[in-house]
Write a protein that binds this ligand. Structure first.
Ligand SMILES: C[S@@+](CC[C@H](N)C(=O)[O-])C[C@H]1O[C@@H](n2cnc3c(N)ncnc32)[C@H](O)[C@@H]1O
Length: 208
């Protein structure tokens, strides 16, 4: 079954082959949101995209931080779980979240330049590497000029055809975005999940 098909991911979700799922909000995002920084919206009506959101624990947290959140996954099962949790949230949080079952690689053109920011965690490494250019171009297409992509680079390593996850190569994958006109800053993060810290870095891309 093709790794970039809805069937493949639906089956993984239904079979419980979801070893990446931390069961809670990513600790780097939780730590970042405790401080005033770029991860907070600067205006009341700003939109953030979460591609390949999976169970989407970050989605509620971003909505509570004041974002309008668009949560996208190719599979329906994780979105059902996200919607179940959302139904327990206050209505103002629910109203800030849009849940969409879509292939991010063919995300509708109506969203071109729609987002002030993107939160990317382990969607990139889930895609077959041959799709990385299309993914980067899609992210460029949907982010507004000046918008930021908050990208937790994981798992950093040497790319092979074994996956998912497919390893992220620091230099090569950053260049993929700089070639598209993004500026970048990369740092290790002291709040990385202990099991992932050695293979994870926090990258902020800005669309020029
Ligand atoms: C490794 S999981 C990460 C989920 C979540 N970001 C997390 O950290 O727990 C990758 C997710 O991306 C979804 N996915 C894979 N290919 C996709 C695509 N082309 N478009 C949208 N979602 C996709 C999968 O269904 C899966 O939920």
């Amino acid at each position: 079954m093709h790794h970039n098909s809805a069937e493949y991911w639906e089956k993984r979700w239904q079979d419980g082959q979801t070893g990446w799922d931390l069961g809670t909000v990513n600790p780097v995002l939780a730590a970042e949101l405790q401080h005033p920084n770029l991860l907070h919206p600067t205006q009341p009506d700003q939109h953030i995209l979460v591609p390949g959101c999976g169970s989407g624990y970050e989605v509620e947290m971003l909505a509570k931080a004041g974002w309008y959140v668009t949560a996208v996954d190719i599979a329906s099962e994780p979105l059902r779980r996200l919607e179940d949790r959302l139904s327990l949230e206050a209505s103002d949080i629910q109203q800030r979240v849009r849940v969409m079952q879509e292939d991010i690689l063919s995300f509708p053109k109506v969203f071109d330049n729609a987002f002030h920011a993107v939160w990317e965690y382990t969607c990139y490494c889930a895609l077959p590497p041959a799709f990385r250019d299309v993914y980067a171009q899609t992210i460029k297409r949907v982010v507004k000029p000046g918008g930021n992509v908050f990208f937790l680079f994981f798992p950093i390593g040497t790319l092979s055809q074994e996956g998912p996850p497919f390893a992220v190569e620091e230099q090569r994958d950053i260049q993929r975005f700089t070639h598209l006109g993004f500026s970048t800053s990369l740092q290790s993060h002291q709040s990385s999940h202990p099991a992932r810290a050695k293979r994870e870095k926090f990258l902020i891309l800005q669309k020029q």
